[in-house]
Write a protein that binds this ligand. Structure first.
Ligand SMILES: [Zn+2]
Length: 71
């Protein structure tokens, strides 16, 4: 994958207008703001929200069950 650096400079996330980072391994452009990952086909970023991969859901906060003992 070889996305043009000049292109990266002008590209922003269509969802939140934040800058994008290149994920070489996944061949995606990842938004620094909302985290959407846009696919890159033939070195051409597909800047469509419909085509973007949603970021992984945040880990569920596991509240400690009230088992604290006093004594
Ligand atoms: Zn975004």
């Amino acid at each position: 994958m070889n996305v043009d650096a000049t292109l990266l400079e002008i590209l922003v996330c269509p969802a939140c207008r934040a800058k994008l980072s290149v994920d070489e391994d996944a061949s995606e452009l990842v938004c620094n703001g909302c985290g959407l990952a846009y696919p890159v086909h033939d070195d051409i970023p597909v800047m469509l929200i419909d085509e973007a991969r949603r970021p992984d859901p945040p880990p569920q906060a596991s509240d400690a069950d009230g088992s604290a003992q006093t004594g």
